[in-house]
Design a protein around this ligand. Structure first.
Ligand code: SF4
Length: 231
């Protein structure tokens, strides 16, 4: 690789990050957004203090051949790194499936990475017109929803997921978001509660509750082929 993938951390074994697979997760360093609830703020800067070299990653994967099904490229935002497609190809050559976690921050970069993925966990931040309230980056909604279109058109397996902090989205907005996703053709949707132990915006309350949610979950479950509530 001309420039090696910057990996800020790794989980060597997980069953949660790629449905149905035994996987390891590579947390790619760097992100261009500043989501208020980001629970991996140490991955946002372009360089991290805990980086693992790509050679170390490959050496680890060679020892795990036959033991792991897949490698998930997560972040940060993995697709911002030019070396991602080549890293994905190397992982595939070693015999692993390839998962990708992304919010499609730059649609052109997301499009370059898509052919290398077997499965994508795609973060839909919010309604397009409200994304910047979470990401604090103007234009992020257009990018997020354009990349969603690219994903759906690609035929790559996926799940769409939205992280919920009840101070940033309320149940009526979440329902509108889900309806819009369903109209766009999304079949697999996950709502995940925010992991509040660490959040980029330290002023964001740790806990915020809502009432009447079982009715909402029931409505959402009827909008999609699969619907899951996490966390
Ligand atoms: S949660 Fe937001 S800021 Fe954090 S890595 Fe993901 S896209 Fe970037």
């Amino acid at each position: 690789m001309s420039r090696q993938l910057r990996v800020g951390g790794m989980v060597p074994l997980t069953t949660l990050d790629y449905p149905g697979k035994l996987a390891c997760v590579l947390f790619c360093q760097g992100c261009a957004w500043r989501c208020r609830y980001c629970h991996n703020p140490q991955l946002i800067p372009p360089r991290g203090s805990q980086e693992i070299t790509w050679q170390q990653v490959l050496a680890f994967l060679e020892r795990r051949q036959g033991l792991l099904d897949a490698v998930v490229f997560s972040g940060g935002e993995a697709t911002l790194q030019d070396s991602l497609p080549e890293a994905m190809a190397q992982v595939r050559q070693l015999g692993f499936g390839v998962g990708l976690h992304s919010a499609g921050i730059k649609p052109a970069a997301f499009a370059r990475a898509l052919p290398g993925a077997d499965w994508v966990g795609f973060d839909v931040k919010a309604l397009a017109e409200e994304c910047a309230l979470i990401t604090r980056v103007q234009g992020s909604g257009v990018a997020n929803w354009r990349s969603l279109e690219l994903l759906l058109a690609s035929g790559v397996e996926y799940e769409c997921r939205t992280t919920v902090h009840w101070q940033l989205i309320d149940p009526p907005r979440l329902l509108i978001l889900a309806q819009r996703l369903s109209e766009r053709g999304v079949k697999h949707f996950v709502v995940q509660h925010v992991r509040s132990a660490t959040m980029l915006d330290v002023d964001l309350p740790r806990g915020a509750t809502q009432h009447g949610l079982p009715v909402l979950w029931d409505t959402l479950s009827r909008l999609f082929t699969t619907f899951e509530l996490r966390g």
